[in-house]
Write a protein that binds this ligand. Structure first.
Ligand code: ADP
Length: 159
């Protein structure tokens, strides 16, 4: 049984993230989407809000679950007995950072491999920060985020 961790901020989860998750769930036996609790980063949504929205967005993916973690991703992966870290690549600009991260993780624990996936082209440009920008300027984000995120943000006051 191969368990993969899909770690990230997911602030909020987008259709790009979901596409990566769905492909990961076709390849691996189980995928755990893991929201990093990073105390230095002040998020747009709280970690609990992000987890709740992810939970509502992945109901149809039977072998996927959501969790949150603190500290090193690699330690969390070991705790969950995962052998794979799943990451998405959008453009060359993602590559340098992702390469460094995967090599650092591999130096920390050679047993856990990073696997990169790409999305369908229509989701490729979507990032959580672009979505926040559009939302905070009252733009329509319905095409870019799962229904649960759209409904939640629609009813949330912009502060
Ligand atoms: P982080 O803060 O760790 O970058 P994100 O939540 O922004 O976390 O992203 C998690 C992972 O999903 C990263 O590997 C990122 O490159 C990938 N990702 C995000 N959006 C997309 C997308 N539209 N297409 C492909 N991969 C994506």
């Amino acid at each position: 049984m191969t368990i993969a961790i899909y770690p990230g901020s997911f602030d909020p989860i987008t259709k790009g993230h979901l596409d990566i998750l769905k492909t990961g769930a076709e390849i691996f036996d189980r995928v755990i989407i893991a929201v990093a609790r990073n105390s230095e980063k002040k998020g747009f949504l709280s970690v609990d809000e992000r987890v709740k929205l992810i939970k509502e967005s992945i109901l149809d993916i039977e072998n996927a679950e959501v969790d949150s973690f603190e500290g090193l991703t690699i330690e969390y992966a070991k705790k969950r007995e995962a052998k794979v870290l799943l990451r998405g690549l959008r453009a060359v600009s993602d590559f340098e950072y992702e390469l460094q991260l995967s090599q650092a993780n591999s130096a920390l624990s050679g047993d856990i491999k990073t696997v990169f996936l790409t999305t369908k082209p229509k989701y490729n440009f979507i990032s959580s920060s672009t979505i926040k920008e559009i939302y905070l300027n009252n733009g329509d984000i319905s095409k870019f985020v799962p229904e649960a995120v759209y409904e939640y943000l629609k009813n949330r006051k912009v502060s």
